[in-house]
Design a protein around this ligand. Sequence first.
Ligand code: PDD
Length: 285
Amino acid sequence: MTVFLNGNYVDGSAAVIPVTDRGFIFGDGVYEVFRSVDGRLFEGERHQERLEEGLAALRIAMPEAAHGGALREIAARLLEENGHSRGHATVYVQITRGAAPRAHQFPADDVRPTMFVTTSALNSLEAVRSAGAVVITQPDVRWYRCNIKTIQLLPNVLAKQAAIESGGFEALFIRNGMVTEGTHSNLFAVLEGEVRTHPDNNLILPGVTRSVVLELAAELGFPVREEAITEEEIGQVDELFLTGTTTDVLPIAQVDGRHVGTGSPGPVAGQLYEALYRRMHEGRD
Ligand code: PDD
């Protein structure tokens, strides 16, 4: 497996970063997960924009290799070398503030950010998609800047692990009685004829898939409202579904052991998944 690290293409097993890297020590960095379909980045510009916004928010200098054109070339080479340029794959990009003696404040200006890129084949979720995902709720104990895609994911890791240990697929975060999002996905509901999702603010990650699904819902003529559903409303919805780069549109069948709607994947999620899939394959044979 070839990876990109600070300007070099190396085998993953030989890629080395200093133990003083601030990503390792403080979780001081951002990441991005791009979706590749037959070697082309789906909605690559929106992912690129979010990566740049994250770097700016944390005041991490943008490495040359992270600029759109350069990053696209890196992704293309890794996808090709790793045998991921056919079918569905992901491109993972991580940029940290770099390596420096441990001190909380930013290091000197000459410390260069660390940049790492790798690719993976996308895991198939077809079994979960056809049955509907089983999810649990968990308190949203994250900070107030969830709109930045930082590598500090401990609340997400713990909540996802709780979901897996309960036999489920994902956990939904609840903050002040509102459902915010999943540990690695955004949440949508169908309630009283409307497609609902949490507004784009500091309490959720502004998912690229979320924004595409909002556009597709409007195109399909579904009334859309960006307003969070409450924990109580989970019991009243007709449908719930997750969206994300690695989940696409994934219907939810059960929350905390209770059926959602009929307990089977619903028609709105089905139509949106098909529309998303078509959009991903637009312009292909
Ligand atoms: N996660 N919310 C959170 C907390 C996420 O981590 C993600 C993505 C999303 C969906 O965003 P998008 O549609 O842009 O992928 C929402 C990635 C896939 C991950 O951490 O692996």
